[in-house]
Design a protein around this ligand. Sequence first.
Ligand SMILES: Cc1cc2nc3c(=O)[nH]c(=O)nc-3n(C[C@H](O)[C@H](O)[C@H](O)COP(=O)(O)OP(=O)(O)OC[C@H]3O[C@@H](n4cnc5c(N)ncnc54)[C@H](O)[C@@H]3O)c2cc1C
Ligand SMILES: *[C@@H]1O[C@H](CO)[C@@H](O)[C@H](O)[C@H]1NC(C)=O
Ligand SMILES: *[C@@H]1O[C@H](CO)[C@@H](O)[C@H](O)[C@H]1NC(C)=O
Ligand SMILES: *[C@@H]1O[C@H](CO)[C@@H](O)[C@H](O)[C@H]1NC(C)=O
Ligand SMILES: *[C@@H]1O[C@H](CO)[C@@H](O)[C@H](O)[C@H]1NC(C)=O
Ligand SMILES: *[C@@H]1O[C@H](CO)[C@@H](O)[C@H](O)[C@H]1NC(C)=O
Length: 507
Amino acid sequence: MRLHHRLSTFVSCGLLLATTSRTAARTLTERSDGAKKDATVLILGGGVSGVIAARTFHEQGIDFKIVEAQSQLGGRVSSFTFGAPGKEFTLENGANWVQGTVTEGGPENPIWGLVQKHGVKTQDNDWTGSITTYDATGPVDYLDLFNDSIDAFTNITILAGERVAKRQVDLSSRTGYQLIGSKLKTAQAMACEYYQLDWESAGTPEESSLITTSWAANFTYDPDFGGFGDSNAMSIDQRGFHTFIQLEANEFLQPSQVLLNSTVTKIEYSTTGAHVTLSNGKTLTSDYVLSTFSLGVLQNDDVEFNPPLPSWKQEAIQTMTMETYTKIFLQFPNNFWFDTEMGLYADPERGRYPVWQSLDHPDFFPGSGIFFVTVTGDYSVRVEALSDSEIQSEVMGVIQAMFPNITIPEPIAFHFPRWHRNPLFRGSYSNWPPSFTSDHHTNLRATVNNRLWFAGEATSQKYFGFLHGAFFEGRDVANAMSKCIKGKGCVTFSHVEDVTNAKPYTI
Ligand SMILES: Cc1cc2nc3c(=O)[nH]c(=O)nc-3n(C[C@H](O)[C@H](O)[C@H](O)COP(=O)(O)OP(=O)(O)OC[C@H]3O[C@@H](n4cnc5c(N)ncnc54)[C@H](O)[C@@H]3O)c2cc1C
Ligand SMILES: *[C@@H]1O[C@H](CO)[C@@H](O)[C@H](O)[C@H]1NC(C)=O
Ligand SMILES: *[C@@H]1O[C@H](CO)[C@@H](O)[C@H](O)[C@H]1NC(C)=O
Ligand SMILES: *[C@@H]1O[C@H](CO)[C@@H](O)[C@H](O)[C@H]1NC(C)=O
Ligand SMILES: *[C@@H]1O[C@H](CO)[C@@H](O)[C@H](O)[C@H]1NC(C)=O
Ligand SMILES: *[C@@H]1O[C@H](CO)[C@@H](O)[C@H](O)[C@H]1NC(C)=O
């Protein structure tokens, strides 16, 4: 049963537009310093947001250049070859699923559109109907609790909707669970709750906003609510999932419009233009800069801004959260585990090696001997700090607990990526904490000095964390910049100088 609410009752407008003077728009074509420009717009970062922004500028006839540190486009869509010699497969270190594809008569996830257009091979992955449950004693059927956890999550999204309609403050998802009466204590129930919330948000219910966690789920998965649909299409394309964005880029991008292997170290900006310095000492000059760097990169000062970003921008950057989602891959000589697509393990410690996925399944890579386990948030940070062999032996201990009567063979291949430690990402994707208010969101997205613009998954109000969030932000911010550049009244995203409480505290 779905409840229908009118969208307009609670969706506040994500764009705050402010008009600046036409003269400001004009000066950019007549730069006072007379420097030779490398492009009108430098797009910093060649992930989904950067490539779609480039496509938008191409359509708008605005001259641009993408600057990307890695040797190829795609960013957090990143594949690798895994497996013992002769049993190798292309797997995904980063994004792997089109989450919410399309429902007849409804909006389509734009990533699904690109996947279809470029013939990327995907397979539906059943996250709720094909799952086997375990705890520290071995296989135990607790699908009743699993079903309850789906209902509890739906119930907190309904509570969130009611609160938005009444203009009540945001809360944590944990408070939401408490208020609907879901006060779980057992390892099994907590593993189920983890599966519904942490496995998606990559943060805990304590760390996740009630309202926006519900929006992200509704707008992605709930067709009755403006969402795309409830399926998850997993890429099994042996060219890599990044094929969808690289082939799209090939359709419009000229070699001269992209600088690969080019790491940005400094962005100098003023009200008339920008200089971008690379690690090789080279400097690029432009009228505008569009940063699509991850929130983690911005939080960790990997790139220097000169002048330093204003305090309202820094507060917004530091208040949003960058989380980590870690897939740990194992390959064995043969499959000894579940024949469902998913497995759920309830450790006494919440979040310890909870979600297991079989790739050695008739729908995916039968005979591959591969399955993988996912950890998130602080547990990912912990895992990244330990050696591969330490993590392998912990994971083997969990597998032995899940399958007590089986003599587990040694894995023939083992791998996990370290997204949190990677200076080009500093995590996997953003998560919206309860302390991040609507004004913070406005400020994360706002333009600085009319020249420095921001896009990427983290600036999306409806789909932060997702590929489709990165897509929409790349498109929408580039369209707004294009209007500005063409001088049809320069419209920037304005900011809020001081983010205040609705009612100031009195002491
Ligand atoms: C493990 C994992 C699993 C995920 N699973 C899914 C999923 O299944 N479905 C889904 O929808 N989303 C998923 N996501 C999220 C999705 O991948 C992101 O939301 C999206 O790819 C972000 O795109 P972006 O363009 O905003 O940022 P990015 O892809 O990070 O692009 C920014 C680019 O900037 C570059 N860069 C950074 N620093 C510098 C520098 N100093 N100089 C030059 N270049 C620099 C980076 O190399 C990168 O290419 C997952 C992410 C991860 C990490
Ligand atoms: C980028 O660097 C890689 C090696 O790190 C190299 O193979 C590739 O040719 C380089 N690409 C460009 C465009 O310079
Ligand atoms: C869980 O829900 C599914 C789908 O509604 C149903 O088929 C199944 O019987 C339920 N299982 C239990 C144990 O309640
Ligand atoms: C969800 O809400 C319904 C309706 O109020 C209630 O019957 C059900 O018990 C709730 N389920 C959970 C798990 O909170
Ligand atoms: C999410 O969707 C449910 C319907 O499934 C709806 O009742 C609720 O209001 C929505 N929540 C938000 C925050 O939009
Ligand atoms: C493991 O073996 C014991 C003793 O034979 C048996 O009681 C138990 O059911 C078995 N467990 C599984 C998961 O097969």
